[in-house]
Ligand binder design. Structure first.
Ligand code: ADP
Ligand code: MG
Length: 319
């Protein structure tokens, strides 16, 4: 006999909360909100075949489902507090559930975040996590704060997740170690939470790169009412990607998607503090361009010559 709904929740998703006043088991969970803090809330859904392949290891899926949500908190400079998990499962598969819970709780523990509730139903495999974080009132990093003259930065490297996807799709071939590294980037992204926290009071605007650098930068530019110039040859990339033809390098770094790095702006006089934040965040940050007056998004190469912007970012209804 397979587990019922409530046994499944009790066995895989119920742990005694350490910080939340009430976790799984009642009609609502309760969170304590410290005076002077605001709640930062974000939801991200993962649909099989759309956001992940059926071949992904369950623990990696658990990690990624939470990681993409923590990445949104990072982009706002919020400290993670708690999350909920809404889960549709075709059947009770305990090997899947055990692996999924292991990956999810490992990342949750690494960030001191608690699973306090959710919903479980039968249906096509679908995962939706909502995260709750806290940020001092008025201190959240927003998309709308970029100003002409600010420098533009990105954390880590871009393009490896897309690279792995192209290998899986069969459009590119990569040798074993190179593919393993790219696949790690695709399946086990590291949310830049510590960097986001360190950028409070330093970055003027921030977003996490989930749909491709240019598309996500476009969101910042529209919300801020500014333009930008991006130096395409300055975009940080892995050694594996750097070994591929330039056209692939540009496609993956500019329009890759699933990077979960932070893209942010900061006034030039805070360049030293940006590098301090990078050290505190445990990840490199690279200056990739500048915010400009106007609304245009320009691309230039290392010689300063214009590069045509023919890159499309991901859109679920246009793909
Ligand atoms: P209700 O019917 O009141 O919405 P449910 O019967 O759906 O509550 O869920 C019972 C309890 O288990 C609730 O506290 C709910 O938050 C929690 N829960 C349900 N599914 C999950 C899950 N996948 N992960 C964590 N908690 C869950
Ligand atoms: Mg209820």
């Amino acid at each position: 006999m397979s587990l019922g709904e409530f046994d499944l929740i009790a066995k895989y998703f119920t742990r005694t909360p350490a910080r939340a006043p009430l976790g799984v088991g009642d009609d609502c969970a309760l969170l304590a909100v410290a005076p002077g803090m605001q709640l930062a809330i974000s939801s991200d859904m993962l649909v099989e075949g759309r956001h992940f392949l059926s071949t992904v290891a369950p623990d990696r899926l658990g990690h990624k489902a939470l990681a993409v949500n923590l990445s949104d908190l990072a982009a706002c400079g919020a400290r993670p507090l708690a999350c909920t998990l809404a889960l549709a499962l075709p059947r009770v598969d305990e090997v899947f559930l055990a692996g999924f819970a292991r990956g999810l709780f490992a990342l949750a523990d690494a960030h001191g975040i608690e699973l306090v509730g959710g919903d479980t139903t039968q249906g096509p495999l679908n995962l939706c996590i909502t995260v709750f974080g806290e940020v001092p009132a008025g201190a959240a990093l927003l998309r709308s704060g970029a100003r002409a003259g600010d420098d533009l930065y990105v954390s880590g490297t871009l393009g490896d997740a897309r690279l792995a996807l192209e290998v899986v799709r069969g459009t590119l071939a990569l040798a074993g170690a190179g593919f393993a590294a790219a696949r790690e980037a695709m399946e086990v992204p590291q949310p830049r939470v510590a960097l986001g926290l360190a950028l409070r009071g330093v970055a003027s605007a921030a977003i996490d790169v989930s749909d491709g650098l240019l598309g996500d930068l476009g969101h910042v530019l529209r919300r801020s009412g500014v333009g930008a110039v991006v130096e395409v040859d300055a975009l940080p990339r892995s050694a594996v990607l750097a070994g591929l033809p330039e056209a692939w390098q540009r496609e993956c770094t500019l329009a890759g998607g699933d990077d979960y790095e932070l893209l942010f702006s900061a006034p030039p006089q805070l360049a030293g503090q940006v590098q301090e934040a990078a050290r505190a965040g445990g990840v490199a940050v690279t200056r990739i361009g500048r915010i400009e007056a106007g609304t245009a998004l320009r691309l230039v190469d290392r010689a300063g010559a214009p590069v045509e912007n023919r890159y499309a970012s991901f859109d679920h209804f246009r793909g």
